[in-house]
Design a protein around this ligand. Structure first.
Ligand code: PSU
Ligand code: MN
Length: 295
């Protein structure tokens, strides 16, 4: 019988040897960028993880299996037709043989099962603007609350209610470490977010804090890495969010809708920043995983 979770030979060998491995999600490949940019961002993220000395484990659902570690030709199957696959969607997606692009929450559920405690992404999901109508809170947050893993992101996607998300991370006991910053990055821009509870100045310090947190029985941590270039697109975000509301875009479709609206209206500038920050977060996740493996 087919295994439900299939780990590539390279990832499996790295895990057996205790080497550094970094999980990567596939929603941003399928739904975060227009084709073929998503696949290129995915491949560039894998290359950045390798540059740091770690092994990338890109996670998605294909042909009835939850796959950990994908070939480039397999990554190309994560088109906009793929299902956006959060923690609740993994089982149905696998059983029904659909292509499943994992969110941060979906990838974390798989990574935890396999024993990969590091993940890189662009920005995590959180509390949507306008909460509680609709009552839309990303499954990324409860996934972080229950998974022993460190996620590197440029904070919370700023199309969300960032201060509310920061409060909820505290409620869920998720440490937020600012990487060389005292404030939570706002995805497209480095400045202007709420204060972070702790600042760290190198990857090794983040790895030691993660190890101590896990020793104490803690679960997820967020390592918040400011974007390499900063863009102020708050006015465009407001326009995108109200366009989504007035055209009836809701639920899982909101984040991809807003990202593509911004990419169009900014003439590709948000896409460039988004691409750059995802790759840098993959690199920092790799550096942290390498430092952790050496503890
Ligand atoms: N970071 C990006 N682009 C993305 C995402 C993250 O730069 O598209 C995805 C991640 O997969 C994250 C998801 O888990 O957006 C959150 O979606 P939602 O708000 O619907 O939970
Ligand atoms: Mn949502």
């Amino acid at each position: 019988m087919q295994q439900l979770v299939e780990i590539s030979e390279e990832v499996s060998a790295a895990l057996d040897a205790g080497d550094a491995v970094v999980a990567l999600e596939t929603t941003l490949v399928a739904h975060g960028f227009p084709a073929p940019d998503g696949v290129q961002v995915g491949l560039a993220s894998e290359a950045a993880v390798r540059d740091a000395g770690a092994v990338p484990a890109t996670i998605g659902v294909l042909d009835g299996g939850i796959r950990v570690g994908l070939e480039p030709s397999e990554l190309e199957r994560f088109t906009s037709a793929a299902r956006k696959t959060g923690p609740r969607d993994l089982a149905a997606c696998a059983v029904q043989g659909a292509v499943g692009a994992t969110t941060v929450g979906g990838a974390l559920a798989v990574a935890a099962w396999v024993g990969i405690p590091f993940l890189g992404t662009g920005g995590i999901g959180g509390v949507h603007r306008g909460f509680p109508s609709p009552p839309d809170v990303s499954a990324d947050l409860p996934a972080l609350a229950r998974t022993q893993a460190l996620v590197v992101s440029s904070g919370v996607k700023s199309l969300l209610d960032v201060p509310a998300t920061a409060e909820l991370l505290e409620t869920l006991a998720v440490p937020v470490l600012g990487f060389r910053t005292d404030t939570l990055p706002l995805f497209y821009s480095a400045e202007g977010g709420p204060a972070v509870p702790q600042r760290v100045d190198d990857a090794a310090e983040a790895a030691r804090i993660a190890a101590a947190h896990w020793e104490l029985g803690g679960a997820g941590l967020l390592l918040a890495n400011p974007p390499p270039q900063s863009l102020d697109v708050e006015a465009l975000i407001e326009a995108a969010v109200s366009e989504a509301a007035s055209t009836g875009v809701s639920g899982q479709a909101v984040t991809p809708f807003v990202l593509s609206f911004l990419h169009d209206r900014s003439e590709g500038r948000t896409r460039e920043v988004n691409r750059a920050l995802i790759v840098e977060n993959a690199r920092l996740a790799g550096e942290t995983a390498v430092a952790f493996a050496a503890l």
